[in-house]
Design a protein around this ligand. Structure first.
Ligand SMILES: [Mn+2]
Length: 360
């Protein structure tokens, strides 16, 4: 159990007038928050935090693992989930209980939570998102490790690249190499989008062959110790056109300027604007079709958002991605993405992989 984190949650619960906070993790639906508070990495858990108690329930598959990871004997689910959660809660009538409305399914909400007439369930996912947003030194180290694994794997994959390889083959090698270098799994489905497919910002690797003269967008991440990295590099296969080179340099300039602009106390919409203005001034504004970045940690996409619409302000301990791109439909896509830590006086770049155009 991470009691320091649990106590911080309790402070937030008190501010929101909550008597309890219930996390329902079914098929990993709430694994990040369950892990964040208890250290448990399994796919099923129910956690109830009250002012005085922490109750942790899992099922028979996880007795040994849960005992080890949480440092406590778990309550084991024996009967119907609804009944067992009822037994777990044991709060006075009228108690207000926070829950993660963004991860609880409507099935659980309608069939379990709504049926407990004694209690009021209050959507309160922001409490945990706010806590998880500020990374401890230990968490920063874990994310750095996930970055390092991903970068080593990319280098190894590029070193063994052969013309005629398909995007899927490239992705499979990259994912294999990440595991060899210590990743537990990959952070998300690897994007390898070559040539015109690069214009699909989320072009999952396909059967397309990677050809000479193409740019390849490679967006991938490692997942280790519960934490993700998220990196994009766009690589040239042999010589590319002058126009594509120019576009690459625009994206690079925008990316570097946005990274250099990161410091605490700045609206994230302003950081987005740094990159967007450079791309717009170069005449490609309409081709930068997504936000500049997002928080990364226990989840690949988490708080804060770094976009035009973001209402959040940067804080020390935020780890965000900075990933501008230019996507010309049917022709080419270029994106460069780093992971950046907001520090007390500026930023620390966690990604170290070369950003200058690499030609293989
Ligand atoms: Mn990303």
């Amino acid at each position: 159990m991470f009691f320091d984190r649990i106590n911080l949650l309790r402070e937030k619960m008190a501010n929101k007038g909550l008597d309890g906070y219930l996390i329902i993790n079914i098929e990993s639906s709430s694994k990040p928050s369950s892990y964040y508070l208890t250290g448990f990495t399994g796919s099923f858990s129910v956690v109830l935090i009250t002012e005085k108690e922490v109750k942790f329930m899992t099922d028979g598959r996880y007795i040994e693992q849960a005992t080890k990871q949480t440092g406590e004997k778990p309550i084991i689910l024996k009967g119907k989930l609804e009944e067992e959660i009822k037994k777990l809660i044991e709060l006075p009538e009228g108690a207000k209980i926070g829950f993660e409305a963004n991860t609880v399914s409507s099935h659980i909400y309608l069939n379990i939570l709504m049926k407990f007439e004694k209690y009021t369930f209050v959507p309160a996912e922001e409490l945990l998102l706010e806590l998880r947003r500020t990374k401890s030194m230990e968490e920063v180290e874990y994310i750095k490790k996930a970055v390092e694994i991903a970068e080593k794997a990319l280098q190894e994959t590029l070193d063994t690249f052969k013309l005629g390889m398909t995007e899927k083959e490239f992705a499979a090698k990259l994912e294999y190499n990440m595991k060899i270098f210590g990743s537990d799994t990959y952070a998300f489905e690897t994007i390898v989008a070559s040539g015109p497919r690069g214009a699909l910002p989320h072009g999952i690797a396909s059967d397309k062959t990677i050809n000479k003269g193409e740019l390849v967008v490679i967006d991938f991440g490692a997942y280790a110790n519960g934490y993700n990295s998220d990196i994009t590099r766009t690589i040239a296969i042999g010589e590319i056109s002058e126009k594509h080179r120019e576009i690459y340099e625009i994206v690079l300039k925008a990316q570097k300027a946005a990274v250099a602009g990161v410091k605490p106390g700045l609206a994230y919409s302003e950081i987005d604007k740094i990159a967007r203005d450079i791309i717009s001034e170069a005449g490609y504004g309409e081709y930068f079709s997504h936000g500049l970045g997002h928080g990364v940690g226990l989840e690949v996409h988490e708080s804060p958002r770094v976009s035009k619409l973001s209402t959040e302000t940067s804080q020390p301990g935020d780890i965000i991605t900075i990933e501008p791109g230019i996507y010309i439909p049917g022709e080419v896509g270029i994106r460069i993405e780093d992971d950046v830590l907001v520090t007390e006086d500026g930023y620390e770049l966690l990604t170290t992989f070369d950003k200058n155009l690499i030609i293989i």
